[in-house]
Design a protein around this ligand. Sequence first.
Ligand SMILES: C[S@@+](CC[C@H](N)C(=O)[O-])C[C@H]1O[C@@H](n2cnc3c(N)ncnc32)[C@H](O)[C@@H]1O
Length: 208
Amino acid sequence: MLYRLYQKHIFPHVLNQVMQTSSLMDLRRELMLNISGEVLEIGFGTGLNLAFYQGVDTVYALEPNLDIYALAAERIQLTPFHVEHICASAEQIPLPNDHVEHIISTWTLCSIPDLNQSLQELYRVLKPGGTLHVLEHVLNRENLNIQRMQHVLTPIQKLVADGCHLNRDIETLLLETGFDIQHAQYINAVGIPKIGQRMLLARVTKPF
Ligand SMILES: C[S@@+](CC[C@H](N)C(=O)[O-])C[C@H]1O[C@@H](n2cnc3c(N)ncnc32)[C@H](O)[C@@H]1O
């Protein structure tokens, strides 16, 4: 009961604040460069990427959590392009095969319960030659002590942060799904605790 109240009334506001940390906003800006046309954004959250889209016609905003999506309303109203809400999970995307040119995921792949299923869905709906742009906190491959802490603390993180895993090796999972890596860059984000500081900014394509 208390946990449900926390998830419904407190967590969405905490998420909205934390995800506006200035180093994260800078990374969003970098990810959104040169993305145009129709875009599918998974785990749309509170709409914090909207300000950085340029030359976009439509954003399909896939977000299953209505308490979180409600906090995007004002940002959507101020947006000059079309935003269409898709209330669904990334494990089952209600779009046809080979449909979109660009997919965006910012700090969402950490939270999806069945990540393998979801990556297969992203691969399915992406056009051949299309790009999945990801910005995620990841398993720290460089530092074994931090990595150990990421494994130990993930069960607690999942409880307080709506299913978020600290220990996912996203680059490996993208390769295993069949994506081609065009660009992959690791960054330690400023102002974020070491346990979740290691970020992957990557652009991966679905081969023709
Ligand atoms: C850490 S938040 C990031 C929100 C947003 N992408 C951002 O950059 O601020 C993770 C988001 O993933 C969403 N999410 C959780 N499970 C999901 C699923 N199975 N499919 C799609 N989105 C999911 C959550 O509701 C939440 O909005």
